[in-house]
Ligand binder design. Sequence first.
Ligand SMILES: NC(=O)c1ccc[n+]([C@@H]2O[C@H](COP(=O)([O-])OP(=O)(O)OC[C@H]3O[C@@H](n4cnc5c(N)ncnc54)[C@H](OP(=O)(O)O)[C@@H]3O)[C@@H](O)[C@H]2O)c1
Length: 397
Amino acid sequence: MVNIGLLGFGTVGQGLAHILNNKSEATPLKDINIKKILVRNLEKERKVKVSKDKLTLNPQEIMEDKEIDIIVEVTGDVDLSYRLVKEALNNKKHVVTANKALVSKHFEELSLLAEENDVYFLYEASVAGGIPILKPLKDQIRVNNISRLRGILNGTCNYILTKMTDEGLDYGQALREAQGLGYAEADPSSDVKGLDTLRKLRILSTLAFGSAIREEDIICHGIDKLLALDIKLLKEREMVIKLIGEVVEVDGGYQAIVQPKAFKDGSYFTMIREAYNTVSIEGDFSGVLNFYGPGAGMYPTANAVLTDIIDCVMNIQDKKNPLGNRKLENKNEDIRGKYYIRISNWKDYEVDLGGVIEEKVFEDDKDFAIITKEVRLSDILNILEGVENLALVNLED
Ligand SMILES: NC(=O)c1ccc[n+]([C@@H]2O[C@H](COP(=O)([O-])OP(=O)(O)OC[C@H]3O[C@@H](n4cnc5c(N)ncnc54)[C@H](OP(=O)(O)O)[C@@H]3O)[C@@H](O)[C@H]2O)c1
């Protein structure tokens, strides 16, 4: 029997307990036992029932239990989990986590610590929830050099954009609908401003390119400034907007960005709808590989956590630190492309777009929208400095 110490018993933690309860005869799940569970509130009503004596408010009851082999961290609390995950690895307990904020912030340190202690540090559920992507990615980088990685990595944003595209909803209406369905948090800012996508991109790209690509190395533009007008104007040109996280390798360096991007309607990324996610990687031998599935949710996420637990139990993955030691240079300054730009209250600003306009798309007393020639993003950002209410959408070639 393998004993688990579960840190957190919310959506993912209860999903895990539910799957184990319902598959208690299946191999190797029958060998997995949740011994203790850390929570904040012992009295809280929970959908999945466990005996009360398993719950604790004291993390040390779990950390110091010598019979616990694997710590499964699903609290979402970065500071607490950082302390406990380090303690667990140092005490030679395997760690499985779904916490992208934790992994993104401390990726190099925790990966190294796990290797030094010859234990697993696995985090499949932290990126694209239910999609098995990190294990396949680790397999692919043994053979391939990855030249490009990109994805739709945030279900809330994709849901909002799908509703705006299909039903012509404004951003606020679509966000409220996403909140009503439980996709978006009460405070959705880390989703809609792109931070959640950025953290997942940081994890994926650091693995894929064998070089530390940290949060601060990634340009980040969210979807919170988009209007129904932007969606409509691009739709008239048969283009659909998605929030894309993307890293490409360019001669000796990389470019990393999270941004709204418009694709030809009917192309691959436009088929990823509602709260679904996708990750696309391009290897020199594999070609383009597209991974698709649910980006979040109780059972898909718990399922991803369980696959990591099983790898620990069966000793299947390599315990060697998977992070490479290349030192790729950040070349974000050279990012180029064509952009759709809309400025609201444009008469209040003295913006000189003259040299970059390829086509004027819309103009009334309030809004002004253009499509640029191929330009450097940094030049455009300089021109637009100080303009608050605007949309900037990269156009796929
Ligand atoms: N939900 C998803 O679909 C999804 C998908 C991918 C990744 N993730 C990641 O998985 C993790 C868990 O997400 P979730 O949706 O399950 O969160 P959640 O529903 O908010 O549950 C968090 C659980 O952790 C406990 N907890 C939080 N802070 C704690 C603290 N300081 N001390 C003790 N217990 C604490 C809470 O205790 P109480 O119940 O007593 O309050 C609760 O049981 C997060 O890192 C999230 O980003 C979630």
